[in-house]
Design a protein around this ligand. Sequence first.
Ligand SMILES: NC(=O)c1ccc[n+]([C@@H]2O[C@H](COP(=O)([O-])OP(=O)(O)OC[C@H]3O[C@@H](n4cnc5c(N)ncnc54)[C@H](OP(=O)(O)O)[C@@H]3O)[C@@H](O)[C@H]2O)c1
Length: 324
Amino acid sequence: MKAAYIQQVGAPQEIRFGNLPEPGIGPNDVLVKVAAVAVDPVDTYIRSGRLPMKLPTPFIIGRDMTGRVERIGAAITRFAIGDRVWCNNQGFDGRQGTFAERLAIDEKFLYPLPPNADERQVVAFVHSALTAQIGLDRAQLVAGESLFVQGGSGNVGSAVLQFAKARGAKTFATVGSAEGAVWCQSLGADGVANYKTDDVASRATEIAPQGFNVFWDTSGHIDFDQAIRLVAPGGRIVVMAGMAARPPFPIGPFYVKNCSLLGFAVTYATADGYDRAAAEINRLVESGNLRVRIDRVLPLASAAEAHRLLDEGAHLNGKLVLTP
Ligand SMILES: NC(=O)c1ccc[n+]([C@@H]2O[C@H](COP(=O)([O-])OP(=O)(O)OC[C@H]3O[C@@H](n4cnc5c(N)ncnc54)[C@H](OP(=O)(O)O)[C@@H]3O)[C@@H](O)[C@H]2O)c1
C-alpha cells in the first residue's frame, strides 16, 4: 500500500511516499481503508523531533483519519465491515500514524462517522474539536460563564468558540483579519476584535465587564499582563500553544486575583475524556451544524509539501486535508 513515512526525524524532505506492506490485524484491530487525513501542527513536531518520542521505523506520519472498515479482528464488537469511522491520537505512543491507504487500528481508538458526515470536513475538525472539548472540560467552563479566545478564527479557536457557545457561555474572539472577524461572528461569537488594529481590551470589556471566567490562548503569543487584566477574579487561563514561547509572567496581579494557569496538552486526556468529547463531536456532526474550514485538499503524495507549509507558517484558511 502507499504511505507517507519517515525513516528518521528531520525536515519535511524526510517524508517519503512509497509502498509499505499492508498492516496485519490482531483480534482487537480493525483494518480501515483511509478516505481522508488532516495535518495537525503536532504532526510536524513529531516528524521534526521537536517533540521527542520513540518511533517505529519506518514511521507512518499522521494523527487523524476518516475511512471505511474493510476487515475486523475476531474480538471486534463495535464495528462491522462497511462502517464509516474516524480516529485521532494515532502516530503516538508506539502506534503507527494514519497517512496510508490502509490502517490497522485498535477499535478503542475508533468512533463511528455519522451517516450524513462529510469525510473531509470531519477529518479537518476532529483534532481541533477534541482539543477544544477536552480543554473546556479542563477549564471547567459552564453555562452562564464567559470565555475569551485568542486566535478565534484558527482551527482550535473555531472549535473552542463552537463548543463554548454550545455550553451556554458568552464568547469573545481575537482575529487578525476582517474575514476572520466575519467567520467568528458566523460561529456565534458575541464580540470580536482585530488584534492588529483594534483596542482589544476595551472591546473585550464591553462583552465581559466583570472579566472573563476563561482566557484561552491558541496563538502562542500570550501577553500575561493583558490576560490577567481581562480575567475575572478566580479566572482560568489556558495555555496550549507556543512551544518556544518564554513570555514574562506578572505574579503579583495573578495571585491577588486568585487566578489559575492551566497548561494543557490534549495528549494527556483519559480514554473517558476522549470518548465523551467524541460523542459531542458526533452530536454536532449529526445536527448538521458543524462549521470547519479546509484550506485545500491535496493528494497523500503531497504530505511533505503539506508539512513544509505548516513549518513555514504559511497563512492557511483552515486545515490541510489529504486523500490517498
Ligand atoms: N496543546 C494541545 O493539546 C494542542 C492541540 C492542538 C493544537 N495545539 C496548538 O495550538 C496552536 C493553534 O493551532 P491551530 O491549528 O488552531 O493553528 P491556526 O489555525 O494557525 O491558529 C492560530 C491562530 O493564532 C492567531 N495568531 C497568530 N499570531 C497571533 C498573534 N501575534 N496574536 C494573536 N493571535 C495570533 C491566528 O490569527 P490570524 O491568522 O487571524 O492572524 C490564528 O487564528 C498550534 O500551536 C498547535 O500546535 C495544541
